[in-house]
Each structure stands twice: as structure tokens, then as C-alpha cells.
Design a protein around this ligand. Structure first.
Ligand code: SF4
Length: 176
């Protein structure tokens, strides 16, 4: 039996108004917060800040080494390629995935190299390979928890996607 009374959904911290973006701004979306809190307890999370990065900060880019191995995707500081926060971001995802307080969903930000579900840019040999990748935090979370419901802010603007996400989280909560 679930100890929690309501599903616990992580949400990108910048969507809740925290000034954690690369440029020191936020991306607050009041209506998303209002919709989610009708059904869920929400937990703001900024994987990049939790991985030790400051705000503001240079953006990170995702690079893949081996096309046959999606796990070879790594994140590099755009300005200084010797800075590689990959392990730190994966460690943040592991911490939430295996916490005593279970997670039942994640709401991320479109195109974020950490928090996007399916719209992050991925580079190969410094050329754009694809624009529909998962952010590093999301890919790590879903590797740990394959059925975890995940959605991006821009998808939530479609009522049917919002309803589908809410139903998926409730179903996941009931079985985990
Ligand atoms: S890492 Fe995620 S939560 Fe943090 S600023 Fe980027 S999109 Fe927002």
C-alpha cells in the first residue's frame, strides 16, 4: 500500500519560478502548477543546480560518441569542454530514482539538455545529429524507472496530453 496519499511528481524548478536557468531567469508557468497541484504533490528540481552548477552558467550541450550506444551521450560545458557534468547529473537522477520517497512522474522543459523528454539537441562530432533527444536527467531517470510518466511543458498545452499524463501518473502511483 502506498504510504503517500497523493502521487509525487517532480517538476523542473524553473517552471515553478525558481531562478535557476542558465541566464539566471525562471520560466514560471502558473497554470501548469495549478493543474498539477489539483491531483499531485509537486517537487521542484533543477538537476543542473543540484549537480553543482551555478546560475547563471554557460549552457551544456549533449554529445554522443557511439551511435550504437545511447548511454555514450555526455554533457559538456559549451564554453569549456573540459567541464563535463555528466556523472553529477546522472547521480542526481539516481538519488531521486532510488529515494525512500518514490517519484511518480516528471514534468520537464522542452529543449532542455537536462529536462527535455524528446526535444533536446544531440551533437555528433560537433555537428547537430538530432533535435529530438531526451535530456540527460530524463534519460537517466527513465533508464532507472522505465515506466515513469514524463512530459514536457509544451506538450502539456494540449488538453489531451495533459489528461493522458495525469491518468498515467495516477496509474503508476497505484502500481508502485
Ligand atoms: S536544468 Fe531543468 S530545471 Fe534547471 S533550469 Fe534547466 S530546464 Fe530548468
Amino acid at each position: 500500500m502506498n504510504k503517500q496519499l497523493r502521487p509525487r511528481v517532480l517538476i523542473s524548478g524553473c517552471l515553478t519560478g525558481l531562478k535557476v536557468r542558465y541566464d539566471g531567469s525562471h520560466k514560471e508557468s502558473r497554470w501548469i502548477i495549478d493543474e498539477l497541484t489539483k491531483n499531485f504533490d509537486i517537487v521542484p528540481v533543477c538537476p543542473e543546480m543540484l549537480a553543482g552548477m551555478p546560475a547563471p552558467r554557460p549552457t551544456i550541450d549533449l554529445h554522443i560518441d557511439n551511435l550504437l550506444d545511447l548511454n555514450s551521450i555526455e554533457a559538456f560545458n559549451r564554453v569549456n569542454h573540459s567541464i563535463n557534468p555528466t556523472k553529477a547529473i546522472i547521480a542526481v537522477a539516481d538519488k531521486f530514482s532510488f529515494s525512500n520517497e518514490p517519484v511518480h512522474g516528471f514534468v520537464g522543459v522542452s529543449r532542455s539538455p537536462s529536462c527535455a523528454k524528446q526535444s533536446a539537441k544531440v551533437y555528433l562530432n560537433n555537428s547537430l545529429l538530432r533535435s529530438n533527444g531526451a535530456g540527460l536527467f530524463v534519460s537517466s531517470m527513465t533508464r532507472n524507472l522505465p515506466n515513469l510518466p514524463v512530459i514536457e511543458d509544451e506538450q502539456l498545452q494540449y488538453p489531451e496530453q495533459l489528461d493522458l499524463f495525469i491518468a498515467s501518473v495516477i496509474r503508476y502511483f497505484g502500481t508502485n
